[in-house]
Design a protein around this ligand. Structure first.
Ligand code: URP
Ligand code: ZN
Ligand code: ZN
Length: 471
């Protein structure tokens, strides 16, 4: 099957230009000057399908490097399955996700890795890779880290919070970091000081402060900044590359910037919720409404300027990319925490909206068009060992392509664009200038003319290499 995408402006992280994209089978085979011919014949006559991208941007498919499909968490499970979550991702122009295999204390990492393959295989509409969460780092975990790297799982998430669930102590963190320094893998860190948070939570509940807003007030920026600093120091001690997930506090981003200025291999991701939403407006909504936006790290105060600082950090490359931390729960699940915010399942869903929400940053002048492509696709590919195949429009790359209409419009909300398995939208009422028009994954059309043409099982496991982003 040959497809020609004509008339558009091809945008890579390195620049833009008018070009036609020729796809043969699963790969891009050429970027051609517009109107190129073969032996005097129009190319369109030599292909099976023509996609007219006139007046539109043609960009690499989005890569969401932080999702939690079907994740068992807080006594329930994230409401998107691999099928529903990856279908929603495709609708929004994301053609690859990297999901987290979960290993709780007492479980065996390799068994959990096999279990996640069982959950995902045959169900995904887009390609998928895995990171691995390690909860109690034992000798067996270190051995598993080597085996997992050989399997294409080249990044390991550790937690400095959630005692008794995920938390690793500093000694365990250093042990895992030593292994990562040795085998070349990346340590991903949930950087919040769990002991301090647990104390503040107990004090808050003891005072009768049980509403969702206290989830944010008991996870102050100091707890994030301190843990981020500590993680950076432990990474420096061991030589391991460090990737700090879901950065929301200005002061945490500043710690990452300082480490990078020193030349350390430290990276940070933020998420759409930390760019747009706030503690005052969403988490502090009246009654139990704020439960919709309970996630960790929490939404931060707009008055303190965290959101502006996240955009700035993306411009200056102090933060390198934007993932969603897609971990959706229905309100029926969030109800578990009515009267006790600490029991609200942590997480919100955005996998469908990341490309649109970030494009809005182009519209408002926060980031350039090329930076949009870089932080949503090219850098995730490089950071997590997929570059060349993913994250770029170039001959030899997978034909994961999005035709994006800058003159289109997207109204986000239930009954509108929403395809995630949630009974509410954390983004209800958001209006975005721009629209995902056509989505191709490895040459197959997934979305076109407002219709979904994909199928569960199209998505394949991506065996990742080591990070291509290290200094
Ligand atoms: O609230 C969140 N972020 N839920 C998902 C788990 C995590 O820590 O990433
Ligand atoms: Zn986390
Ligand atoms: Zn997460």
């Amino acid at each position: 099957m040959k497809t020609l995408i004509t008339g558009g402006t091809v945008v890579n992280a390195t620049g833009r230009g008018a070009a036609d994209v020729l796809v043969d089978g699963e790969q891009i085979v050429a970027l051609l000057a517009p109107g190129s011919t073969i032996l005097g014949h129009d190319l369109a006559g030599h292909v099976d399908k023509v996609v007219d991208a006139t007046g539109k941007y043609v960009v690499p498919g989005g890569i969401d490097a932080h999702t939690h499909m079907e994740m068992p968490f807080g006594g329930t499970s994230a409401s998107d399955t691999f099928e529903t979550g990856t279908t929603a991702a495709a609708w929004g122009g994301t053609t690859t996700i990297v999901d987290f295999v979960v290993q709780y204390a007492g479980e065996r990492p390799l068994e959990q890795y096999a279990a996640w393959h069982e959950k995902a295989a045959g169900h995904c509409a887009v390609d998928y890779g895995f990171h691995q969460i390690l909860s109690d780092v034992q000798d067996s975990s270190l051995h598993a880290m080597d085996e997992l790297v050989a399997e294409g799982v080249t990044s390991f998430k550790l937690f400095m919070a959630y005692k008794g669930v995920f938390l690793s102590d500093d000694g365990q963190i250093v042990t895992a970091m030593q292994k990562a320094a040795d085998n070349g893998s990346m340590i991903m860190m949930h950087a919040e000081n769990g002991s301090v948070i647990d104390l503040l939570v107990q004090q808050s509940l003891g005072r009768g402060d049980t509403d969702p807003v206290f989830h944010g007030l008991t996870r102050p920026w100091q707890a994030e900044a301190e843990a981020t600093h500590r993680a950076i120091m432990l990474a420096d001690l061991t030589g391991a590359p460090l990737y700090v997930v879901h950065v929301s506090a200005k002061q945490a981003a500043e710690q990452i910037a300082l480490a990078r200025d020193r030349g350390q291999n430290v990276f940070g991701e933020t998420c759409p919720q930390y760019l747009y939403l706030s503690l005052e407006e969403q988490l502090g909504a009246p009654g139990f409404e704020g439960a919709k936006w309970v996630c960790s790290t929490p939404l931060r105060s707009r008055a303190e300027g965290h959101q502006d600082h996240m955009w700035r950090s993306l411009r200056t490359n102090d933060l390198q990319l934007v993932s969603t931390d897609h971990c959706p729960f229905c309100m029926t699940q969030k109800e578990m925490g009515r009267g006790d915010f600490s029991k609200i399942p942590n997480g919100i869903g955005s996998v469908e909206h990341r490309m649109d929400l970030l494009y809005q940053g182009v519209v408002t002048g926060q980031i350039s068009l090329e930076r949009w492509v870089e932080i949503t696709s090219t850098t995730p590919a490089r950071m997590f060992g997929m570059h060349g195949r993913k994250g770029v429009l170039a001959p030899g790359a997978d034909a994961d392509v999005v035709v994006y209409d800058p003159r289109g419009h997207t109204s986000i909300g239930l009954g509108k664009t929403h395809h995630m398995n949630m009974d509410y939208s954390a983004w209800e009422g958001f209006e975005v200038d721009g629209h995902v028009d056509v989505v191709l994954s490895r040459g197959e059309v997934l979305v076109e003319d407002g219709q979904f043409h994909g199928r569960p099982g199209h998505g394949r496991y991506v065996k990742r290499g080591l990070s291509q982003y290290l200094i």
